[in-house]
Structure formats: structure tokens, C-alpha cells
Design a binder for this molecule. Structure first.
Ligand code: SAH
Ligand code: SF4
Length: 344
């Protein structure tokens, strides 16, 4: 099917869709009807939109289409974690991971780019380099395709890619996910994780509400420079200052992700420095034991270092959660996507 020159409706925010329709001489409220059909009811063709006139449906078909995804592969972990591989129009692939929570609930970990430009030393995605950005539709379709199988309660942008390196499309995708007539996710249900692109972080805060997670992963510039090259441009002092500036709702906190890597950043001195760095920030810390993979020589921490690190943070009144790494047997852990299936 040739879709050249046609607009993918899933690339449009509510506002853009309204503009598109009024440009065709249609009523504004048609946008809300269409959004309800696509996201709330999962319809994938204009023909199924029975409360639109036949002439409007035909006009839409001439000018637009509704992209829709099916996973090419679904792997299910022994703990219920599901990893989906989607093949894109140009042959690229992205992965999405559904992590089960209590009851029927689940958190969806979505990708925002194919690959990533940030080159973090510990990250498998980083080794691919950046292949391209995902469009708003490609970000949203990860939710559409997986929500069909069961409720997606929370969304984390912690899959492949640096979301703030694709800021415009990510903000549009958030606007689509938040739309009241569509999925209606509240900003508290969605978390965006960044390696620390400061100007984009502050721009994000100006443009839209979303939970912010910052991948900290080190407590000195020397170590962070080695682990995360982005730190050479935006060192810790500036990053923490930007976090202090980031607008937060009442009771909202910034999540700091901290991968514990054996003998690299998992010492008592690190725990102490971390407490100092977080001073004056409404923070919570996610401790993530490093997931070993063949792309790097780093090792997972010893259980006693994890324990000591967490205990120290808690003793200094810092909320510190140990994020259980789920889906290990299918390499579905966030930040470890793409590699395995591509090599097979
Ligand atoms: N680019 C964004 C979001 C995607 S990475 C970011 O860096 O925040 C999501 C998370 O996975 C980051 O916190 C990253 O530090 C983590 N991660 C990457 N590789 C990992 C590994 N091998 N083990 C554990 N966590 C990893
Ligand atoms: Fe990119 Fe995040 Fe991986 Fe760093 S950790 S390479 S920013 S995906």
C-alpha cells in the first residue's frame, strides 16, 4: 500500500489534528471523535468511524492513514516480563518491554530512538550509535500495540535511545498519550529517563509535565566522564543545579537511577558522595545492579555492596529503592534492548 504523501494521523497531537481538520473546512470537534476511535477504541481505519459522515471518511482516506503495529516477535520471561520486537517501515527494529506489576497491572518500557548517540560505556544500546529518531507515531504505536493485550498502567521512556535527544517528537508523543479523549495518561503515569542533556531537560520542564528520571550512575566527574561521555559537556555540578531548577508538582520527586557496577561506583565513599550531591533536591534513588552483557567488561556488584549502599542512603533519609531487574532470561532489562534478537 502506497502511503506516500499521506499523513499518519498518529503523528498528530490533538491540536495538530484539529488544525488539519479545520483546514479541510471541518468542525473542530471531529478531532476528538477521531482520537477517541483511534486510541480509546483501537480502530485502525477511517471506515470504522461510524459517527463521521461518509464524505468525511472518504476525504480522510484520500489524505491520511492510521499506522498500526503488530510485534514481529514476542518473548515471554519466566517472571511474566514480555519483550516485543517491532519492525519499522524502513526495516529498522525497536523493542518494547512490558513489566508486570501487582494484579493485572503493568509498566511499559518504550524506546524513543533506534540506537543512541550518547555512547555510555556500560550500555548495549550505546554500542549501536544513533540510527535514527522515532516519530511521534512510532513512540505511541508501542503503547497502542501492547495495550491491546492488557492494561498498561505506567509508561517509562527507558528503552532504546535518549528521549531528550528527540525532544520534539517525544513531547508530541506525550501530548498524544495524555489526550483526554484518547489514552488519557496523566503526567504522573509517565516517566522520562535522561542521561542528563541539561538544556533539553530545562526545555522539557517548560513544555510539558512528566516524571523525570536522571541516570546518574557516578558521584565524581572523573568516573562519570568515563561511564557517560555526556558528562564532559554537562558535568555533575551543572546537572545537579538543573535538577534543582526542574519544576516539580507537590509531592513529586526526581528519580535518580544509579547502576551499581562492581568496584567502579559501588563503594561506601560513593554512597556518601551521592548523599551530598542530592542535598536540597526532592529525590528518590533507584539502585540498579549492573546487568552484565557481552558488549562490556563491567561486572555486577557483590550483593553485600548493594546492601551497604542502600542501607547508607536509607540511614540518611534518602528514599532508595532496589529495582529488581526483571526479564533477565530474555535480556529484556531496560537499557539492554535490541542486541540479542538482531544478532540471531
Ligand atoms: N537514555 C536514557 C533512557 C534509556 S537507558 C537514559 O540513559 O536514562 C535506561 C536506563 O538503563 C538508564 O538508567 C541506564 O543507565 C540503564 N542501563 C543501561 N545499560 C544498563 C545495564 N547494562 N545494566 C543496568 N542498567 C543499564
Ligand atoms: Fe543512550 Fe541511555 Fe544507553 Fe546512555 S544509557 S547509551 S543515554 S540509552
Amino acid at each position: 500500500m502506497s502511503r506516500q504523501g499521506l499523513i499518519d494521523i498518529k503523528n498528530l497531537t490533538g491540536e495538530e489534528l484539529t488544525e488539519f481538520l479545520t483546514g479541510l473546512g471541518k468542525e473542530r470537534f471531529r478531532a476528538r471523535q477521531i482520537i477517541r476511535w483511534i486510541y480509546a477504541r483501537g480502530v485502525t481505519s477511517f471506515a470504522g468511524m461510524t459517527d463521521l459522515s461518509k464524505s468525511l471518511r472518504e476525504e480522510l482516506e484520500r489524505r491520511a492513514f492510521i499506522s498500526d503495529w503488530e510485534p514481529e516477535v514476542t518473548e515471554v520471561s519466566t517472571d511474566g516480563t514480555r519483550k516485543y520486537l517491532f519492525r519499522l517501515g524502513d526495516g529498522q527494529t525497536v523493542e518494547t518491554v512490558r513489566i508486570p506489576m501487582e494484579g493485572e497491572r503493568s509498566t511499559l518500557c518504550i524506546s524513543t530512538q533506534v540506537g543512541c548517540a550518547m555512547q555510555c560505556a556500560f550500555c548495549l544500546t550505546g554500542t549501536f550509535g544513533l540510527l535514527r529518531n522515532l516519530s511521534p507515531a512510532e513512540i505511541v504505536n508501542q503503547v497502542c500495540a501492547t495495550a491491546r493485550e492488557g492494561p498498561v498502567n505506567n509508561i517509562v521512556m527507558m528503552g532504546m535511545g535518549e528521549p531528550l535527544h528527540n525532544l520534539d517528537n517525544v513531547v508530541k508523543a506525550l501530548q498524544i498519550l495524555y489526550h483526554d479523549d484518547g489514552f488519557g495518561y496523566g503526567p504522573r503515569k509517565v516517566t522520562l529517563s535522561t542521561s542528563g542533556l541539561i538544556p533539553e531537560m530545562l526545555e522539557l520542564g517548560r513544555r510539558i509535565r512528566v516524571n523525570l528520571a536522571v541516570s546518574l550512575n557516578a558521584t565524581t566527574d572523573a568516573v562519570r566522564n568515563e561511564l557517560m561521555p555526556v558528562n564532559r559537556r554537562y558535568p555533575l555540578k551543572d546537572l545537579m543545579a538543573a535538577c534543582r531548577e526542574f519544576p516539580l508538582a507537590t509531592r513529586q520527586r526526581i528519580t535518580f537511577e544509579y547502576i551499581l557496577i562492581r568496584d567502579v561506583n559501588d563503594t561506601p565513599a560513593d554512597a556518601k558522595r551521592l548523599v551530598r550531591l542530592l542535598h536540597g533536591i526532592k529525590a528518590k534513588v533507584n539502585l540498579i545492579p549492573y546487568n552484565e552483557h557481552e558488549g562490556s567488561a563491567f561486572r555486577a556488584p557483590r550483593p553485600e555492596s548493594i546492601e551497604a549502599f542502600q542501607t547508607y542512603l536509607l540511614s540518611r533519609d534518602i528514599v532508595a529503592i532496589r529495582r529488581a531487574s526483571k526479564g533477565q532470561d530474555i535480556s529484556a532489562a531496560c537499557g539492554q534492548l535490541k542486541g540479542k534478537l538482531e544478532r540471531q
